[in-house]
Design a protein around this ligand. Sequence first.
Ligand SMILES: *[C@@H]1O[C@H](CO)[C@@H](O)[C@H](O)[C@H]1NC(C)=O
Ligand SMILES: *[C@@H]1O[C@H](CO)[C@@H](O)[C@H](O)[C@H]1NC(C)=O
Ligand SMILES: *[C@@H]1O[C@H](CO)[C@@H](O)[C@H](O)[C@H]1NC(C)=O
Ligand SMILES: *[C@@H]1O[C@H](CO)[C@@H](O)[C@H](O)[C@H]1NC(C)=O
Ligand SMILES: *[C@@H]1O[C@H](CO)[C@@H](O)[C@H](O)[C@H]1NC(C)=O
Ligand SMILES: *[C@@H]1O[C@H](CO)[C@@H](O)[C@H](O)[C@H]1NC(C)=O
Ligand SMILES: *[C@@H]1O[C@H](CO)[C@@H](O)[C@H](O)[C@H]1NC(C)=O
Ligand SMILES: *[C@@H]1O[C@H](CO)[C@@H](O)[C@H](O)[C@H]1NC(C)=O
Length: 444
Amino acid sequence: MIFTYISHVLLLCIVFSHSTAYVESFIPLPRYSVSSILVDSKLYFFGGWGKNPDESEGCQNSVFYLDILSSFDTSDNISWIDLTSIAALPVETCWQVSAHDSQKNSIYILEGLMVNNSSNQVNVSDTLIYSFDTKIQRWSKPLISGIAPPRRMELQISQDSSNIYMFGGLSKPLTSSQNITWFSDMNILDIKNLSWLIVTSGLDLPPPQADFTATILNNGMIVYIGGRQVTNTYGSEISYKQMDKVASGTIPGVRTGHSAVLAMDGRIIVYGGKENEELLSPATPDLAVLDTASTPPFQWSTPKTFNAPPILAHHSATLIGNVMIIAFGNVTQQTTVAPGPTSKVYLLDISNKFNYTWITSFNTNTLNPTSTTDQYADSITTQPIQPSNNVISSNFALILGAAIGCTVSFIIIVVIAVLLLRRWLKYKQSSENKGLADISVSDN
Ligand SMILES: *[C@@H]1O[C@H](CO)[C@@H](O)[C@H](O)[C@H]1NC(C)=O
Ligand SMILES: *[C@@H]1O[C@H](CO)[C@@H](O)[C@H](O)[C@H]1NC(C)=O
Ligand SMILES: *[C@@H]1O[C@H](CO)[C@@H](O)[C@H](O)[C@H]1NC(C)=O
Ligand SMILES: *[C@@H]1O[C@H](CO)[C@@H](O)[C@H](O)[C@H]1NC(C)=O
Ligand SMILES: *[C@@H]1O[C@H](CO)[C@@H](O)[C@H](O)[C@H]1NC(C)=O
Ligand SMILES: *[C@@H]1O[C@H](CO)[C@@H](O)[C@H](O)[C@H]1NC(C)=O
Ligand SMILES: *[C@@H]1O[C@H](CO)[C@@H](O)[C@H](O)[C@H]1NC(C)=O
Ligand SMILES: *[C@@H]1O[C@H](CO)[C@@H](O)[C@H](O)[C@H]1NC(C)=O
């Protein structure tokens, strides 16, 4: 009876200590063009471009997550959970996008630059998609039928529960003077059948473009915001896309490398990015909101905020409840922090549409999980979870229970162990004496 209890608690302790084992030690290296995706209560991050410990720069194979059931403060060390040691990406990856199929417990990592670290080559004609099983934490190469579109980067995808919609982007070999290829095709990956469908007719496709955001609304409409486009064959004429196409109101400035998340009430919150790719000057204003609740033209507004983070581009953005979590990215110009990749996290409270506030505490108690959607500067998906207060509190209870259980059972186990050890020592001593006696007997 007691042993059953002990073994159960022990199991829980192992699980508990396993899930917290990495907490103290892991701090991810600064990076941008990382992809992120929320699955259940885990906000996963994959790859990205950043500095290696030896100061060289490149695509990363890291996999780690943030447990959104734990509160954290952005000024403290955040409790990242590293999976790289047990489930690193099979290839070093950056500028990729990610998508999720909840029925197969799969996260798909596709496009971007995928570098085989033994050959140190990017194969642009290789259109491989890797799949990560979130339950068993294993990578695999799914078999995908149909004709795969050419590999690309600097794009966002959108998805619903059955399809991934991939439009535009560009292809830029890592090292070579080859011309950049810009895309204007719409490709659909059926995630149930795992097959590609290239849509060539029936769509009035806009010019080739990249560095935009793609947000799918609840009615299935995909809203592409910002980015840059080419208007001639070789891509030498590049223009920044104006923000007033199907929208009116206070029109924000042009931008690339920004992020967008969809709130439950139809607001698209657009943050960060650059207004010029060469000068790396920041988009103005840094925060813009597009209200898509009414029929087009949608309404822009440009709310004022205080304590804004530094100028960021190619960051990730995820909306959890009313908090937009902005992580990693490139600080493009000198502000209060040095330019270059960052590993910082910033939090924007979007609950009051007349007063957006940058906050420093992510607190599950004050989270109002009315909506959960996430989209990224470099990848995007629709929400896989709707955490409820019940889920949050029951998980807290479980963790608390496990913590108390672990402490109590640890004490019990120590007491039992001490008792057993004493008895064993006594027994050993007596049997050794007996053995010695036996030996001496047999010697004779
Ligand atoms: C964060 O971690 C670093 C490195 O482990 C440590 O030096 C620092 O004191 C920690 N800061 C806080 C606020 O815990
Ligand atoms: C990387 O390249 C090596 C040698 O070319 C090859 O054996 C290996 O399978 C490649 N790895 C992946 C994940 O493609
Ligand atoms: C490639 O990455 C693996 C881990 O993913 C690492 O063990 C190995 O040393 C790397 N190889 C090279 C040549 O960097
Ligand atoms: C690049 O990928 C294509 C398609 O998978 C493959 O046929 C080709 O052999 C690869 N090239 C190299 C150099 O690995
Ligand atoms: C690259 O672009 C230039 C014009 O900018 C053009 O003359 C050339 O043919 C292009 N090269 C290729 C391989 O497409
Ligand atoms: C998916 O596969 C099934 C069975 O192979 C087929 O009946 C169905 O039409 C496919 N769906 C699409 C959208 O291709
Ligand atoms: C990232 O920021 C650094 C510093 O300003 C800049 O040199 C670099 O070109 C930026 N990279 C991108 C992709 O914006
Ligand atoms: C906006 O919210 C912050 C924090 O809740 C508060 O301090 C500030 O006074 C508010 N500003 C306005 C204009 O309501």
